[in-house]
Design a protein around this ligand. Structure first.
Ligand code: FES
Length: 129
């Protein structure tokens, strides 16, 4: 019950982009409606966390059927990335990555780890295999 209250508080302060996924075999599952906003628009991304994940996964939505899921672990030295709109930035040494996980600025020189996303029964399944 307290979890529900917490979610409501987060929504109120505009930080509702971080959600907790559920595990379904080796998939991290989130309802596809988490991208929907009250005004009929869609969020550009959500950050999905789970107690079993060391790093959260940032999921970008490009269309109803097109998503990218990126591990928020910097490929330079492993710091957790932060999301700024359509890019991710590393607070440690400033590397930047695109919304598809490509390196835009070093010192990192490797793209982010990405996971395939499929849609089933109004759920996004992020394959962590
Ligand atoms: S750990 Fe991210 S830029 Fe160094």
């Amino acid at each position: 019950m307290s979890g529900t209250v917490f979610a409501a508080v987060l929504e109120g302060c505009g930080s509702s982009k971080v959600i907790t996924g559920t595990f379904d075999h080796s998939n991290l599952a989130v309802p596809s409606n988490v991208f929907q906003e009250n005004n009929g628009k869609f969020k550009k991304y959500v950050v999905v966390s789970h107690p079993q994940l060391k790093y959260p996964v940032c999921v970008y939505r490009f269309s109803d059927i097109e998503y990218s899921a990126l591990l928020m672990r910097c490929t330079h030295q492993g710091a957790e990335l932060q999301v700024f709109g359509d890019r991710l930035e590393c607070p440690a040494h400033g590397s930047q990555f695109s919304d598809k996980g490509q390196v835009k600025n070093g010192p990192a020189d490797t793209n982010l780890r990405t996971f395939p996303v499929t849609i089933q029964n109004n759920q996004l399944l992020i394959s962590l295999k």
